[in-house]
Design a protein around this ligand. Structure first.
Ligand code: ADP
Length: 424
């Protein structure tokens, strides 16, 4: 009997041990699985982190390259300006070289201004503050103008340069012509830059009436763009590669700005390139045809200033005062200068000016505040803002406080003449 009991006990114990061994095995295989999963998770996370880190490094490197390239781009024209001004101050140069030096200084200043405008446009586009202002415009005339501006460079480079319009191209389209010319100028300037001697650059402009769509292409027979670089060529800061940058210069912002502008105007970019053969840069954009209005005024001859009366110039910066004084003297227009907003108010109160040219950033009182004050007692006098950064949003602010127009600095004679003609 006892023996039976012992046997049963032994059996039970054996079974219990087996069960616990089975459980142990099951648990350890579960543990093994968990461990495997964990390891996989860790590997995946590490991979993700490494990719993120690499991407961040690449982004940082791209930005670094951009900043150092930008600084190079800004320094180059600036060095030319400073260098040639110094040469001219030394008066140890041949008289004949004078206009050549002036041209270099002029070209370098324009390059510098273009870079700064690009940076401003780019940051405005990034923050979504860019506004498009469509007007009724003769786009053909505007594009012909772009063409003639670039013709000189084409001739110098011995590149044949053409422009073509479709037969029934509309006289007037509703479009922001400034932005269209900016985009086309960028495409054309690149095409001429990357097309060697004896090549061809052609601007093809077509209006599809059925779809109310403008199709514009700038076609070149230049160096083209490598396949690997084609996907990123419209990204900001990107250039094909560093060798291109070294050889041709440039900030790498132009195409990024052009693409964003095209898209802001509900258009789509056209791009094709074959290395060593050439490239096509362009866009398709829905645009409506404007109805022609009868011109009321006869076409007056421009360029002759028939502006009488005295202008009040409110500006505090000495260099700007000198510059605007020279331009106004050349145009035989009489003017007086005050150096802050407060003085501008009392000058307008006590005199009878025909026009005020008003800087905004002045000591004591800004141009905008001064205008608000002037408008309380004089609603009629035309006030034209002198703006250093010519941003669209800023222009609206000037108009809101009661100014009539905006002139961008540095003062450009043609634009000033237009203003004088308008408010004479
Ligand atoms: P950048 O001011 O540097 O020219 P862009 O954004 O206008 O800046 O152009 C970026 C890059 O695209 C150029 O540096 C060049 O590598 C390439 N690229 C643009 N247009 C052309 C073209 N027509 N032919 C060949 N390469 C071009």
């Amino acid at each position: 009997m006892d023996e039976e009991r012992v046997k049963r006990m032994v059996n039970r114990e054996r079974n219990a041990r087996k069960e616990s061994e089975r459980l142990l095995e099951q648990k350890s295989s579960e543990l093994y699985e968990i461990n495997q999963n964990l390891e996989q998770l860790v590997t995946e996370r590490t991979e993700k982190l490494t990719t993120a880190l690499n991407n961040a490094n690449i982004a940082m490197k791209t930005k670094d390259d951009f900043v150092s390239n930008m600084s190079h781009e800004i320094r180059t024209p600036l060095n030319a300006i400073m260098g040639f001004v110094e040469v001219m101050q030394s008066s140890e140069y041949e008289e004949e070289a004078f206009s050549n030096y002036l041209n270099i200084i002029n070209d370098s200043s324009e390059t510098l201004l273009k870079i700064i405008n690009d940076i401003l446009d780019f940051s405005k586009l990034q923050s979504g503050q860019f506004k498009i202002s469509p007007i009724d415009v003769n786009l053909r005339d505007k594009l012909q103008h772009v063409y003639s501006l670039f013709s000189k460079i084409a001739t110098e480079k011995e590149v044949s340069f053409l422009i073509n319009f479709s037969n029934d191209f509309p006289k007037l389209l509703v479009v922001d012509d400034i932005r269209i010319t900016q985009i086309v100028s960028n495409f054309v300037s690149n095409a001429l830059k990357f097309t060697p001697k004896n090549g061809t650059v052609s601007i093809q402009v077509l209006y599809e009436h059925e779809r109310s769509t403008l199709i514009l292409k700038v076609i070149d027979t230049g160096i083209g763009i490598k396949k690997e670089a084609q996907a990123t060529i419209f990204n900001s800061f990107e250039q094909e590669d560093r060798t291109v940058t070294r050889e041709y210069g440039g900030t790498g912002l132009g195409l990024a700005i052009a693409k964003q502008l095209v898209e802001l105007m509900s258009g789509e970019v056209i791009f094709k390139s074959i290395p060593q053969k050439g490239s096509v840069f362009g866009f398709e954009m829905p645009l409506t045809v404007a109805i022609e209005k009868k011109q009321l005024k006869s076409n007056k001859k421009r360029n002759l200033v028939s502006f009488t009366g005295t202008i009040l110039v409110a500006e505090d910066n000495e260099v700007n005062i000198l510059l605007i004084s020279i331009v106004l003297e050349q145009l035989f227009v009489s003017f007086e200068v005050v150096e802050n907003g407060l003085l501008a108010i009392s000058a307008v109160k006590n005199n009878n000016y025909a026009l005020v040219l008003m800087d905004n950033q002045m000591p004591k009182m800004s141009g905008k505040d001064a205008t608000l004050e002037i408008r309380k007692f004089n609603k009629k006098i035309p006030i034209v803002a002198l703006s250093a950064n010519a941003l669209k949003t800023e222009k609206e602010e000037f108009l809101e406080v009661g100014m009539n127009d905006v002139l961008s600095k540095p003062i450009n004679k043609t634009e000033l003449l237009e203003i004088l003609e308008k408010y004479k």
